[in-house]
Write a protein that binds this ligand. Structure first.
Ligand code: 5GP
Length: 114
């Protein structure tokens, strides 16, 4: 049996993180290894492993994460643009098996990703 995920430990306060936002459904923390001047992780409190494993009943939570991303992008004044990323599974580059949205901004971002 696997124990709580890294992000569950951050949510529980067992591992410190720089928190930017929280509400009843999610928290947003600064990534420990930022890839842009703004790099937040928006994490549902429910430990959904990845978007590919989300249930139909998670619809409101999934939508909420994007609304929070929108609000944070606005409050952090990313009016010139930003990117939201969800990595899914090994080929998707997911390293923490607890769904999270990366919110990246503050510099021009290249496309396509590697
Ligand atoms: P993934 O690769 O799963 O899409 O994203 C996981 C992210 O979690 C990575 O960007 C990584 O830098 C970040 N991360 C890993 N460990 C920690 C940690 O202990 N604290 C914080 N704030 N971010 C972490």
């Amino acid at each position: 049996m696997s124990g709580p995920t890294l992000f569950e430990k951050i949510i529980a306060g067992e591992i410190p993180a720089q928190k930017e936002y929280e509400d009843e459904l999610c928290i947003a923390v600064h990534d420990i290894n930022p890839q842009a001047p703004v790099h937040l992780l928006i994490i549902p409190r429910k430990p959904i492993p990845r978007v590919g494993d989300a249930l139909d009943e998670d619809q409101d939570t999934l939508g909420h994460l994007l609304i929070v991303a929108r609000n944070l992008a606005k409050s952090l004044e990313l009016e010139s643009g930003f990117r939201v990323v969800i990595n899914n599974g090994p080929d998707g580059g997911e390293t923490v098996p607890h769904l999270h949205i990366h919110l990246l901004g503050g510099r021009p971002l290249e496309w396509p990703p590697g």
